[in-house]
Design a protein around this ligand. Structure first.
Ligand SMILES: *Cc1c(COP(=O)(O)O)cnc(C)c1O
Length: 237
């Protein structure tokens, strides 16, 4: 399947996009979105240079953890997370990208506090107001960030978005640019040492070039690395 070549190619694309935007390529993490992949494929990706894996489903995360599949890399949670599954994720991943409601934020904080740890997280923003996707409305993100700053057990690190699938190059740039501006705006409004809005998780196989141009610090790439998957809803876990 040419996993090694795909990783090289995507990394080169990220680097080129960063340089074209006058950015340091080292400022962009390539996260491998590993949903539906086997533990062996994950190991192969890590052996080929992947440093961060992103899981979408709690069940897959648990199975791969059990297999020690992530050895040598970080694992992040990037999928829709139900409040009753928070206990399987908190403390087991370096970063939760997909905190999509205040209820979920409070549940993560409570669980982390119970375990005596601090969970790093991002707030997911539903920029296009899509009913099929989770996330805070852009107008609600600042309040959610204030809540995160007030809670023990969590440390807000930035924002994440999943815009509509791009049909053409350049199409999603405005979404990515608006997420970047939102982060700047929150940074100006809230000065608190419990939050640090410096991470922007944005860009996927079809649009990572635009995301990097707009300031992404982490692109989440699946099919461009692993090949096409059977269709699956983003919200399923
Ligand atoms: C699957 C997934 C990706 C990667 O999607 P591709 O189009 O395969 O690159 C990125 N982010 C999230 C949240 C995902 O679920």
């Amino acid at each position: 399947m040419g996993l090694k070549e795909n990783i090289k190619k995507v990394r080169a694309g990220i680097d080129a996009a960063a340089r074209a935007a006058g950015r340091d390529p080292a400022g962009v993490t390539l996260l491998a979105a590993t949903k539906t992949q086997s533990s062996d494929t994950i190991r192969a990706a890590i052996a080929a240079g992947v440093t961060v894996c992103g899981e979408n489903r709690v069940q897959e995360l648990m199975a791969h953890l059990e297999d020690n599949a992530y050895e040598g890399a970080q694992v992040h949670f990037i999928g829709h997370l139900q409040t009753n599954k928070v206990k399987y994720v908190v403390g087991r991943v370096e970063l939760i990208h997909s905190v999509s409601s205040e209820k979920l934020l409070r549940a993560i904080a409570a669980q982390a506090d119970r375990l005596g740890l601090v969970q790093d997280l991002l707030l997911e923003v539903n920029l296009a107001g899509e009913a099929s996707k989770s996330g805070f409305a852009p107008t609600d993100v600042t309040d959610a960030a204030r809540l995160a700053a007030s809670l023990n057990g969590v440390r807000l690190r930035g924002l994440m978005c999943i815009p509509p699938a791009a049909q053409a190059p350049g199409e999603n740039f405005p979404y990515f640019e608006s997420l970047r501006r939102l982060a700047v705006d929150i940074r100006q409004k809230i000065v608190d040492n419990n939050i640090d809005i410096d991470l922007l998780s944005m860009g996927m196989s079809g649009d990572y070039f635009d995301a990097v141009a707009a300031g992404s610090t982490c692109v989440r790439v699946g099919s461009a690395l692993f090949g096409p998957r059977a269709p699956m809803a983003f919200t399923h876990d």
